[in-house]
Design a protein around this ligand. Structure first.
Ligand SMILES: Nc1ncnc2c1ncn2[C@@H]1O[C@H](COP(=O)(O)OP(=O)(O)OP(=O)(O)O)[C@@H](O)[C@H]1O
Ligand SMILES: [Mg+2]
Length: 267
């Protein structure tokens, strides 16, 4: 008997009832959540005179819902996505340059199925990272694997893993997740070695998985970011922009809105 089944057994001294055997069978079948809800669901079914198929359907739905919640929770943890920034708490009215319908279309995650790229660019505080996280959460909810990394962390990992044999390298998240979110591109230019590692990463993921990049730099500034190498920058942009979406956010910094309000009140 499995450990789970053992825990489902009635406690010592407690009289065994017919339902215990059913609970035990559900546990042995790996339907732990259904086992936990059985008694409650049976009570409700009797009270509401529910047809047997409706009772069974609700019980199975309990199992599926709970499993899905667990999956999302675990995948979010593995993704490294920060918590608390969602589409639900993004104030679209504050940032009118962002078309809500475009974000909602991206939130369907169809672009991930097509292995496309998303570039979110704009000045500081306009919500680039917030939107990247929110879309990452949507991707997890839709069942895609996601990894969220700041560019400096990603470059450190690429340098650290550079000598790994391919058999180990290809298991790295930045290569094999369905969506790699790279936050904060543009704060510091890369050196030659970093730029060439970045090129290898983009080249490998091209056609295999999506990349979402947030940046405060325009596309014309990319050569400068990529060790001043125009040829490398063109090759990277060519792959990134081939099947891509570009969100250009123009507007005020959300971080400064309270300050702006305070100043305007004082005047
Ligand atoms: N429209 C918005 N509605 C709600 N919160 C917002 C909005 N825009 C930004 N924020 C919040 O403001 C803070 C700054 O936003 P965010 O980090 O996304 O900016 P950013 O564009 O990535 O800036 P940076 O270029 O400095 O990284 C975050 O706490 C974010 O949740
Ligand atoms: Mg940011």
């Amino acid at each position: 008997m499995s450990a789970r089944a053992a825990t489902a057994a009635p406690a010592k001294g407690r009289p065994k009832v017919d339902l215990d055997a059913t609970v035990e069978r559900l546990h042995r079948l790996g339907l732990g959540h259904a086992a936990e809800r059985l008694s409650e669901r049976l009570g409700a079914a009797t009270k509401d005179e529910l047809a047997p198929h409706a009772f069974l359907d609700r019980l199975l739905d309990d199992e599926l819902t709970e499993r899905e919640e667990r999956r999302v929770k675990t995948s979010l943890k593995l993704s490294g996505l920060p918590t608390g920034q969602t589409l639900g708490n993004f104030d679209f009215a504050f940032q009118p340059s962002i078309e809500r319908s475009r974000i909602e279309t991206l939130a369907t995650c169809a672009w991930l199925r097509e292995k496309q790229t998303l570039l979110i660019q704009g000045p500081p505080g306009v919500g680039k990272t917030h939107l990247a996280i929110a879309l990452g959460v949507k991707a997890v909810e839709h069942g895609f694997s996601v990894s969220f990394q700041r560019l400096d962390e990603l470059l450190s990992a690429l340098k650290r893993d550079n000598e790994l044999p391919w058999s180990r390298l290809r298991r790295k998240k930045y290569l094999n997740v369905a969506l790699l979110v790279i936050d904060e591109m543009g704060f510091e230019p890369m050196n030659r070695h970093e730029a060439s590692l970045f090129f290898r990463l983009v080249g490998y993921r091209y056609g295999r998985g999506s990349i979402l990049i947030t940046t405060n730099k325009g596309i014309k500034d990319w050569p400068e970011l990529l060790a001043g190498d125009e040829i490398l920058a063109t090759a990277i942009l060519d792959r990134l922009l081939h099947h891509s979406h570009v969100l250009n956010i123009k507007g005020r910094s959300y971080r400064l809105r309270d300050l702006e309000q305070a100043i305007s009140l004082r005047q």
